[in-house]
Write a protein that binds this ligand. Structure first.
Ligand code: SF4
Length: 255
């Protein structure tokens, strides 16, 4: 997948909402989702393979212009639009963000922090999720995330974002190694005054996984992670959340 220019069409896997954001700093807030197709990572537990694997998304994604994307979002209403993926930072979305702003939306972005794009400076809520060991992508994250974080740090110190919605670091945690990774990237790369969101990971479903299975798994892992964080002596900049949409709906799409 190459980086597009402003005039090109962006492959969009799905646009849906408004739904309730299930994780990170906007957890509980209604938002429309725009899921961009294409990703430079291949996480073992990725919950959106249909937006990651070219053999899947190339058949189903629509190629839309910035105006077409904004028009589709406008029909769905709401205050927030979340650009997700895949990795939306694979593309130049400058005009998409401009169009959404012209329609009066606040724009959030979710990216793993592998590629910096200048348009990321223009969004109201940047959420960066470097991938921990359980993803199988941690070696790549260790190489790529520090440079991305450095850019965020510089812009934050320059006053690029106000303190209403400062850039957020969110790490999915399945186990102890993921927690260690999350704390390390938070303390070594990220602006230390900004909170770390720990988001409890969920195993990919099998053919026989029920909603009750998913809920039990989420709650068990959430209880473990709450306990681990609460036993620390310096936990005030860590926020522990389950993925609320998974707790409510399991692995259903479009919710
Ligand atoms: S970075 Fe996100 S979208 Fe890409 S493979 Fe990993 S979990 Fe999936």
């Amino acid at each position: 997948v190459g980086v597009t220019t402003k005039l090109q069409h962006v492959p969009i896997s799905e646009i849906f909402g408004p739904v309730i954001q299930g994780e990170g700093p906007l957890a509980g807030v209604p938002t429309v989702f725009v899921r961009v197709a294409g990703c430079d990572y291949r996480c073992t537990w990725c919950d959106t393979p249909y937006a990651v694997l070219p053999e899947l998304w190339s058949r189903t994604a629509e190629r839309l212009t910035a105006v077409e994307i904004a028009d589709r979002v406008a029909v769905l209403s709401g205050n927030w639009v979340t650009l997700s993926g895949g990795n939306p930072a694979m593309y130049d979305l400058t005009t998409v963000v401009d169009e959404l702003h012209e329609h009066g939306f606040s724009v959030a972005v979710e990216t793993q922090g592998s590629k910096w794009m200048p348009w990321l400076e223009e969004v109201e809520q940047l959420v960066v999720s470097p991938k921990p060991p359980s993803s199988g992508m941690d070696a790549k994250a260790e190489r790529e995330f520090p440079r991305f974080a450095q850019r965020v740090h510089e812009l934050y110190l320059d006053g690029q974002w106000d303190n209403t919605n400062p850039p957020a670091l969110k790490v999915v945690v399945f186990d102890e190694a993921d927690l260690v990774f999350a704390r390390r990237v938070h303390t070594t790369s990220w602006p230390e005054m900004l909170p770390l969101y720990l988001s409890v990971g969920t195993d990919p479903p099998t053919d026989t996984t029920t909603l009750a299975d998913v809920r039990r798994q989420v709650c068990d892992r959430y209880a473990w992670l709450m306990g681990r964080v609460a036993e620390g002596s310096d936990v005030f900049d860590e926020r522990v959340l389950p993925q609320l949409h998974v707790l409510a709906y399991g692995h259903a799409r479009g919710v």
